[in-house]
Design a protein around this ligand. Sequence first.
Ligand code: FES
Length: 583
Amino acid sequence: MTEPGMRLRSSKWFAGQDVPGFVHRSAMRASGFSRMAFEGRPIVGICNSWSEVVNCNMHFRGLADAVRRGVLAAGGFPLEFPTISLGEQMMKPTTMLFRNLMAMDVEESIRAYPFDAVVLLGGCDKTVPAQIMGAASADVPAIVLTGGPASPAVFEGKQMGVGTDLWQAIDKVRSGEMSMADYDRLEAAAGPSMGHCPEMGTASTMATLVEGLGMTLPGAAAVPAMDSRRLQIGEMVGSRAVELAREQLRPSQILTAEAFDNAITLMLTVGGSTNAIVHLLAIAGRVGVDLDLDRFHELSARTPLMVNVRPSGEHLVEQVFHAGGIPAVMKAVESLLHTDAVTVTGKTVGENLPATSGSDKSVIADIDNPFKPPQGLAVVRGNLAPGGAVIKCSAASEELLVHEGPAVVFDDMNDLMKRFDDPELEVTPDSVLVLRSAGPRGAPGMPEWGQLPIPTKLLRQGVTDMVRISDARMSGTAYGTCVLHVSPESAVGGPLALIQDGDLIALDAYKGTLEVRLSDEELDRRRAAWQPPHPRHQRGYGALYVDRVLQADQGCDFDFLVGRSKNPENEPEAVFDGWIGGW
Ligand code: FES
């Protein structure tokens, strides 16, 4: 129950003895909830991204039940609600196209219903950032519970990740090293349980960053999906949500500039997915934190790779869990964190840290003996990417991080798929592969096409990496010398649109430069002749997306969703306060 004198947000729906109060209580009782169950108690929404078409989140009904137990035990009342869910493997053309749609769904569901706090149940890549973006804008007390990494697959005696090993297997099939029969056996073995990808792909990265941001309980990120301790954490998260409702600790008080620094530091420490850059920029935009690409470059210059986990290392997230999980990682880099940042526990990062950084130094290193030196990520700029682009140096070939070569240009994904197998393709190992029309507006939705396939004729010669440049993203489980997120993208007339076969492109990841060896006059001449592409979507959400999405360096949010509301009295919740919306 609430303390005397405390006014819960939900009391606007349930406390009045007027007609609206009657209607709202009646609706609850129609669902079988007695007044004793909900009246005067903090109402905790459980925002569940469960879906049968999102295999990574398929265990969320059980997880929601655990949260429910925790809420009830702490004296609150749980109400579960669904939102759209985004499944990385099944959803077409790309989940990123729908991240903002889910964020809007989450935001408006939270705002429109009588929740005093929410638990955000997310797992598969985009579900977590979408939920945080929505909750940050609604700014009702919120806590995240991620689904945990899936059990690792084992194939021919070797423990596997999902993405990294799959990409390698595909290359082996193409080069003739793996038979189709073995490929089929691999397919059957690849996903032995529910849960998100078990390596440090985008989902595990985002789960890690949720701990870094202070938006979940310490230790919650790495507990395996099928481990009973995940359900126990679910109960604790539910219980904490009730306290959050009473304390009125809101996302805007937790998602500070210091919290984003901590999250970026953790991302670099674990060799996390470049997708997290786009998501962090978008979340920061929602809460008015001034974050830009340069901050990633600055923090990268001082942050080493501390965790030996795929794709930058050899272990899976499960081993990180057994080595102490993300709290042990944070302890190891304590000197790089803002330890006074407030977290959803009500305590600071420093107060949440364990006493030691764990004992298995083969998984979580000491700061004075890291696995790889700083600069696992670089932001590059120049006349090819005036707004910036990113490269994950820790997953690239060191000898290609400084490289100059002639461009081989693919106009879009269809062009790439048609020609990369062509034995007549004019390409050498020194060529720089360029893909355009793969950005937020061009694709649209900025799919994970940035790990362009090595042309088959080079693959057969044993070439395993080349410099590749695009305005696309790349899977968190992918690897290679791939310059990503080129901004502005080609579809809005960015310089990538002007490149022709044979133009010399120079990358220097250490200096942070990406240049095409063309004069300003030549670029201007080509720009004057450039014709914008016809938008693929003429109606509906796709048209809205293409019309209002921001560039990658601004997080690909919609322009109208950035920032705090300037007129809170015009928010739907305030407009309908005290009314009956319908009957
Ligand atoms: Fe869902 Fe990787 S496909 S987390």
